[in-house]
Design a protein around this ligand. Structure first.
Ligand code: ATP
Ligand code: ZN
Length: 681
């Protein structure tokens, strides 16, 4: 229903690249000043406040008293001295006076003129007051009679030290804080290249074989091609002289290209581990700070460290975050980014291959990289790290289950078959989830069922307990059954693995279909079958209730995207023909490079695209309606079973509906031709 997914591990056009939920997300590193520094800053401010408060009281802040009280006190002989300027008088009492008197402090009748309610009564030996507007004749004589000294300087100035501290104390504290911060940074950062506060230091993490568990090619599985290409790099690092003896230049930079979680970092570490050299790793996003020039300083420092420890590996993760083609970056950080990038180029040109340093970098967007990075002598080698195929997935599962006690019924080959599209990181996560689940269930080993449940949680999202009315549940059941029935009756549809009306993740119900094998090439009929299936939820609601809900939003989005790709990328519209009408999308990586600027086609073509997309959707809608009407009996039966049992697996679905699994596509010749020997890029 709402945001209802038909998760299907292999998406056309992204046979490998589609990101699966549950994989590790790496948000861009956001560099903030260390939290401790902030804490200390706040503490200093607080200290400031208290110091000021103490001196303020020490300076004996004057109380403001009414003129009459001043005269009363003077008459008592309690006023030692005054200083007057204009209508205001300040002075010093012989004995401190408390004002307002405590017991009447908040009594409005005793409120001193001009003062608000709630004035706390205070005791002080200095005071201020204001001469009334009418002149008080004989005041001077009265004062002299009462031995009040009429001072020539302001009374407060007597307390010179206090006011000095009051004025400069906070500033002194702040200066002290900065001096301390600087010295601390200098101690940590050290060195000349450290720059102010050491922010020019690279912060690169160095993995040393003795500290971290050493990673070797044994820990990397399922990406053998990439691994083989890096063997040469290992050889070179083991004996740099051997390669350059005859004047040849060894590789300087290798770019690892692959979807997130395919093991690029792991591979780089394994190269270092195999060669037994230090590994300096840094994410490119970490280079760039708010301050221009810092990134470049960090790059310099990183290469300096590596040189001192050569032979060594420098690994720069997320290269695209700084390596974007210059002039193409967003406003703002561009000049900093450019400087950082230039520094990397300079450094790479600066060392000779004899030094035994190899720079590995990882990216999942090679198309956006600045061409200068890819020139000879820089990242001139590319190693593509693909998502693993079934054999690869099994091997990766084997690596990650090495230390996990497996029950005899666990079939990793079966698990590998069930996980097309998952990356190495996803598979690692799967093993972890399964182990946690088994532990929670109080078992001593991990069983196949734990793996299956963990997979479901990763692919479909965790179950969500929300209370639904009976009417809503029925509607959701019809929606999901619509998807499922079409998955059984449309030729070429992926087998329906599971249907549930238990809300999971974002969805209120889920129909999970998965292909039987990894698919690398998609026949048009298969894509049509998928669109028909995606529309099945809404169509079932229309057929049964004759009304619509918002529950098909996600279905509509997916179907539209697929239809649009058919028209604009795969030349499957006769009206538009085999013309590229959408930017190239790397099937291994997803995303697209963008046309960069204007659309390379006319408004008329744009309109035609929209019409063709609509035509495909409309035709699929008609197909779905026809098929669901024809199988209304099976639809109702499945709904009854779902309302009763909530979740049905493949066998139960077949039993309840009495339908056979969907027939294979008869018309396979398109994909056969493409797969049969002739290589189409
Ligand atoms: N081919 C693989 N074999 C074994 N383990 C793998 C493989 N690929 C990924 N993993 C596991 O997944 C974890 C994460 O992978 P890694 O960080 O190397 O991916 P990445 O390609 O660098 O991802 P990103 O692009 O997100 O940085 C690894 O530490 C490893 O445990
Ligand atoms: Zn749906």
């Amino acid at each position: 229903m709402k945001r209802d997914n038909i998760p299907n591990a292999s998406r056309p056009g992204l046979p490998f690249g589609s990101r699966q939920p549950g994989g590790p997300n790496k948000p861009g590193q956001n560099k903030m000043p260390p939290r401790r520094a902030w804490l200390i800053f706040v503490l200093v401010l607080l200290a400031n406040y208290f110091v000021a408060k103490i001196f303020y009281q020490g300076a004996d802040a004057p109380v403001t008293v009414p003129y009459t009280i001043f005269k009363q006190e003077a008459a008592k002989g309690n006023v030692k001295s005054i200083y007057s300027q204009g209508a205001s008088i300040e002075g010093r009492f012989a004995a401190p006076v408390t004002w307002p008197p405590t017991e009447t402090a908040n009594d409005p009748e005793h409120r001193p003129p001009g003062q608000k309610l709630q004035v706390p009564s205070r005791s002080s030996s200095t005071f201020t007051t204001t001469l009334p507007a009418f002149v008080d004749p004989g005041l001077e004589e009265f004062l002299i009679n009462n031995k009040v000294e009429i001072s020539a300087v302001p009374i407060q100035e007597g307390n010179a030290l206090a006011s000095l501290l009051l004025g400069f104390g906070p500033a002194l504290l702040l200066i002290g804080f900065y001096v301390w911060l600087y010295r601390r940074a200098a101690q940590q950062g050290g060195g000349m290249g450290g720059g102010i506060f050491g922010i020019g230091k690279s912060k690169a993490r160095r993995y040393d074989q003795e500290q971290d568990a050493r990673v070797t090619f044994n820990d990397v599985a399922g990406i053998d091609e990439a691994e083989n290409e890096l063997v040469e790099v290992v050889d070179f690092l083991k004996d740099p002289g051997k390669y350059t003896r005859l004047g040849g230049a060894a590789p300087k930079g290798v770019l690892l290209v692959g979807a997130p979680g395919t093991g690029k970092t792991l591979l780089a570490r394994a190269v270092a581990g195999e060669a037994g050299v230090p590994f300096f790793s840094m994410s490119a996003a970490e280079f760039v700070e708010m301050i221009v020039g810092v990134g470049a300083a960090r790059v310099r420092d990183l290469f300096k460290q590596a040189r001192e420890n050569a032979p060594a590996i420098i690994f720069i993760d997320e290269l695209d975050s700084i390596g974007r083609a210059r002039g193409q970056v967003a406003l703002g950080g561009s000049s900093e980014q450019e400087q950082t990038l230039n520094q990397i180029l300079t450094e790479m040109d600066g060392f000779s291959s004899r030094e035994g340093i190899i720079v590995l970098a990882a990216t999942n967007q090679p198309d956006v990289l600045d061409k200068a990075l890819l020139r000879p002598g820089r990242f001139d080698r590319r190693v593509v790290v693909n998502l693993p195929d079934k054999t690869g997935r099994e091997a990766i599962l084997r690596v990650h289950t090495r230390k996990v006690p497996l029950a005899p019924d666990v079939d990793l080959s079966d698990m590998a078959a069930a996980t097309p599209g998952l990356s190495g990181a996803d598979l690692k996560n799967l093993v972890n989830e399964a182990a946690l689940l088994a532990a929670r269930r109080g078992q001593d080993d991990v069983r196949q069922k734990d793996f299956m449940d963990a997979l479901e949680k990763i692919v479909l999202g965790p179950e969500r307990p929300i209370l639904l009315s009976q009417a809503d549940r029925e509607r959701i059941a019809y929606h999901e059954s619509g998807h499922a029935i079409l998955g059984l009756v449309v030729p070429g549809a992926d087998p329906v693995h599971r249907v549930t009306i238990v809300p999971r993740g974002q969805a209120l119900g889920v129909t999970y279909q998965r292909p039987q094998t990894d698919r690398y090439n998609y026949p048009e009929a298969y894509l049509r079958a998928r669109i028909v299936g995606m529309l099945g939820g809404r169509v079932a609601e229309e057929v049964v209730y004759g009304t619509r809900t918002t529950g098909a939003e996600n279905d509509i989005e997916q179907a539209t995207n697929l239809a649009r790709s058919m028209v604009t990328r795969w030349g499957m519209s006769d009206k538009l023909g085999m013309v590229q009408l959408a930017p190239y999308q790397n099937p291994y990586l997803g995303g697209s490079a963008g046309f960069g600027g204007e659309k390379p086609f006319s408004d008329e073509t744009a309109r035609l695209i929209d019409l063709e997309v609509q035509r495909i959707i409309d035709e699929s809608h008609a197909d779905a309606t026809r098929l669901l009407r024809a199988h209304r009996g099976a639809l109702d039966a499945l709904v009854r079973a779902l309302l009763d049992r909530e979740t049905l697996d493949e066998q139960e679905i077949l039993a309840v509906t009495g339908l056979p699994p969907a027939p294979e596509l008869e018309n396979q010749h398109i994909s056969d031709a493409a797969g049969g020997g002739r290589a189409l890029g």
